[in-house]
Design a protein around this ligand. Sequence first.
Ligand code: FAD
Length: 441
Amino acid sequence: KKAVVIGSGLGGLLTAAQLAKDGWSVEVYERLSLIGGRFANIEYNGYQMSTGALHMVPHGIKGPLATMLRELGADFDIVQSDPMAIVRMPKDLSQTNYKDGFEDISYLDFKKHLTSKNKVMMVLLTLGFKVGLIRPKKTGFKTWYSKYIQDDRIDRCADSFAGWALSTTADEVTTREMFEIFHNVYRYGGPGILVGGCQTVIDELVRIISSYGGTITTDTEVTKIIVKDCKATGVVAGGKEIAADLVISDIGHKEAWEICTIDGVEGECASHVLALSSSVFKDYEEKLDAMKPSAGLKICFASDERILPEGCSLMLTPYSNRINGLNEVTNADPGLAPPGKHLVMCHQRTALDRLSEIDEEIELGLQDVKDMFPDKNIEILMVQVHHGRWPVNRAFSGTDFGNKTPVSNLLVVGDGAKGEGGIEIEGITLGVRDAMKIIRD
Ligand code: FAD
C-alpha cells in the first residue's frame, strides 16, 4: 500500500517513519529545499540556530517524542534542564520590571513569594482538580483561577509560561488544556535540549525512513489532493499525478482543505459543493474558521559568559515587557556555539493585532534583552517573526480537533492536529500516535 505525505515537518516525518516501518511504501514531498520545516537547524558563524523551535523538547527524555523516537530506533540525546526552570524576579518585589535589579530563583521557590492564603488556595485547586471535584472546561485559564486567586505575580508567571511554551496568553488557553499540560509535566517531567539541536531528530528520521525504503523529495510542492467519491486517491506533486491509498497532510487542516480537488472541482468551489452536500462538511469548515495560528518572535543572541546556572537551560521572565522566556541551549550542548561562546534563544508571544506594528515589537524585545543583561557582552545574532503560514502553532493549544477530515484516506498531522495537553512537538507526537491508531485500526 502506498502513502503520500505532504510536507517534511516533524509531524510528517514521524508519520512517514512509522508508516514505512509498518511496511507502507512512503513518499514524502516537500516544497522547500530544506527538510524539517520549523524544526531544522540554521547555521550562522558557528552558531546552530533554527527555523523555528528553540531546540527544546518540552517533556525531555521521558516525554512522548523521546519515547516515539526510541521505538523507531533513533539515535539522539536530550539533556534535561536541572532545575527545570529559573524564574527571574525583580529584586524589590514592589517593582514591575528588572531595571532596579533582579533575582533568579528556582521555579520551586516561587511559592515563597505568595501570601499564605494564595498558597493554600493553589493547593486546594490542584487537589480539587486531581480528585475530580473541579471540572473546568472551556473557560480561559486566567479567567477561571482569578475567581479564586488574585495575585499579580501569579498572573505574570502564568502569562510568561503560556507565552514561552504556547505563544499565547494564559487566558487564550482553556483551563482544561492547561490542566492537561500540568498533568503531563507531572507525568513526564520537564524540558530538555536536544544535543545537536532539532536537526539531530530530523536527520535520524530521514535515515529511518530511507532504511525502510521511503523517499523524501524536496523542492516539490503538492498543489492538489485528488478526491473522488469523498476519498483521497492521490496528489499532484511537482506537476505530476501520484496515486496513493493514503494521503497525510503535515501542512495543516486549512491548507490541505484549500488544495482538495473534489470530483474535478477545485478550491473554494469544491468546499462549496461539499458544504452543500453535507452538514459534516459545514461543521468541518466552521471548525477551520475558528482555528487560529499563534504568532511569536524569536531573538537569538550570543554571550561571552554563561547567563543561567550550570545545568539549567530555561528561564521564565515574567517581568519583562515582551520576552516570555529563554533557553540557554549551550548549557545543555556547548557544541551549539563556537568554543567559549554561549547561545541564547528568547521567545515572545506576539498578539495577532500587533503584527502590523512588528518593528515596535522587535524593539521592545531587544530592549528587554538590554534590561535583563545590562552587564553582559551580548551580540544579537538573529531576529525571526513567525506568523501566518509559518507560525509558532497552527492552532492555539486546546483548539486542535484531531486528525480526521471529511475525506476518507486524508489525515492531518503536525501542529494543527496536536493531542490533548501536548505542548508543541509533544502535542504533535500525541497527534501522530492518534493518526497511526486510526490507520492501523
Ligand atoms: P512544519 O514544520 O510547518 O512542516 C510543514 C512542512 O510542509 C514545511 O517544511 C513546509 O515547507 C511544507 N509544505 C507546506 N506546504 C506544502 C505543500 N503544498 N507541498 C509540499 N510541502 C509543503 N516546539 C517545541 O516543542 N519546542 C520548542 O522549543 C519550540 N520553539 C518554537 C519556537 C518558534 C519561534 C516556533 C515558530 C516554533 C516553536 N516550536 C517549538 C514549535 C515547533 O517548531 C512546531 O510545532 C513544529 O516544528 C511544527 O511541525 P509540523 O510538522 O507541524 O509542521
